[in-house]
Design a protein around this ligand. Structure first.
Ligand code: UDP
Length: 253
């Protein structure tokens, strides 16, 4: 499969990507090391998404919930909350984040829809693939909440799954570091930052990019992933514009 799948009829010639999935971790909505939601952080992310969206690219955001809760926190068999329950709690956390992001986007004039994989009439639309596609083609930013609606996976898997369903050109994985490193850069300052990688190398070297299911889905279906640092001003716009930023991962270099 080619690196970028473009519909020659629909693709806007100046756009590198026609449709993207932007994976935002819950931690991107709060100050480093803190929990919950930070107003300034949400506003900052919303401004960046707005700039990217105004280029004409269709943007679907898969939002995580780690700033509130991750199911794996309850993996201890002695925990009073069962792990599967905790994963559902994690999915609900992503809905909380999605609502915050929606308000921040709408406050700056971006039409936005929240679609949840768990039915939650009254706060969000149900995720229906064809409806999501229609929202995107009408210029709405779609925030995808509640992951895939099933426990024991993360929103990385949801990003890959939705990229396939919505025929996105790429998964943009926003992180706090500049891309994929040979080792943890916080532990080894000499760790090497990769510019480009192929999926085989990611698997062989067990590099921490996204969870294994997400990598397997993207690899099998040839959907590239770009891992980049969203903390650097303008990087979301650069990533969506297809500029050289972060680490690009695809089927071949
Ligand atoms: N989760 C789940 N199924 C999904 C997506 C998420 O069970 O399809 C749960 C899982 O426990 C996960 C939590 O929701 O840890 C929050 O999502 P994630 O850890 O991906 O958030 P992030 O790290 O991106 O903030």
């Amino acid at each position: 499969m080619p690196e970028v799948v473009e519909d020659p009829v629909k693709a806007k010639p100046e756009l590198r990507y026609r449709r993207v999935i932007l994976k935002l971790s819950g931690e991107s909505l709060t100050r480093s090391g803190e929990r919950g939601i930070g107003g300034d952080e949400v506003h900052h992310i919303a401004r960046q998404i707005q700039s990217a969206h105004s280029s004409g690219c269709e943007v679907a955001v898969v939002v995580g919930g780690g700033n509130i809760l991750r199911g794996a926190q309850f993996s201890d068999s002695n925990a009073s909350v069962q792990e599967s329950t905790a994963h559902y709690m994690g999915m609900l956390a992503t809905v909380i984040n999605a609502l915050a992001l929606q308000d921040a986007l709408e406050a700056i004039g971006c039409p936005t829809r929240v679609m949840s994989a768990i039915r939650m009439d009254g706060v969000a639309e149900q995720f229906i693939r064809r409806r999501a596609t229609r929202h995107l083609s009408r210029g709405r930013i779609v925030i995808l909440a509640a992951g895939i609606g099933s426990p024991f996976v993360t929103t990385d898997t949801a990003a890959a799954q939705r990229a396939l369903e919505l025929e996105a050109d790429i998964v943009l994985k926003a992180t706090r570091v500049d891309g994929v490193y040979s080792e943890d850069p916080e532990k080894n300052p000499h760790a090497m930052l990769y510019d480009r990688l192929d999926f085989a190398e990611v698997v062989a070297k067990n590099l921490r990019v996204m969870d294994a299911t997400a990598i397997a889905l993207c690899r099998e279906h040839g959907v590239p992933i770009l891992v980049f640092n969203f903390k650097k001003e303008g990087n979301i716009v650069r990533a969506i514009a297809g500029e050289s930023v972060g680490t690009w991962i695809g089927l071949r270099l």
